[in-house]
Design a protein. Sequence first.
Length: 165
Amino acid sequence: MKRVLLIIAAGVLTLITACTPAPNGGSNGGGNVYRIRNAEKVQFRMLDSVNALRQATGSSKVQLSAQLNAAAATHSRDMAVQNRPWHFGSDGSSPLDRVARAGYTGSLMGEAISETYEGEVETLSAWMEDTNTRAVIMDPKAVNMGFSWFQEQNGKIWWTLVMGG
């Protein structure tokens, strides 16, 4: 448990250097809003964090999948359009539908979603505190991961993580 907390703390430090507060907060109550910088590194930071958590419990590492990343990106943007965090697309699609459309041929292990003004490390921490999303992330049958987000102008971030086997 101590190791997990150290990993999360290290991730928070990474997040602090990766994000910059925007002036005049968004619609989250007037506080500062984090803007994602170094966007090309966010997926790798999340992958490293997930793999550290998985390794700490004896699960094997996962690899990023371009197809699962695409499915996650599509859903993150679609949740923003719908203005609600849920697992169904505006066209009625399920996570299974989106993964298949993206060309992923493996099995879908699960999907974790979030609507927040926080960075990826805080989002992962919240997912790990929830029994259902923790089970998705830690599924021992998972071999691939997709992760993406969509950030609105007001700073709200829509996160999607997809695990495949």
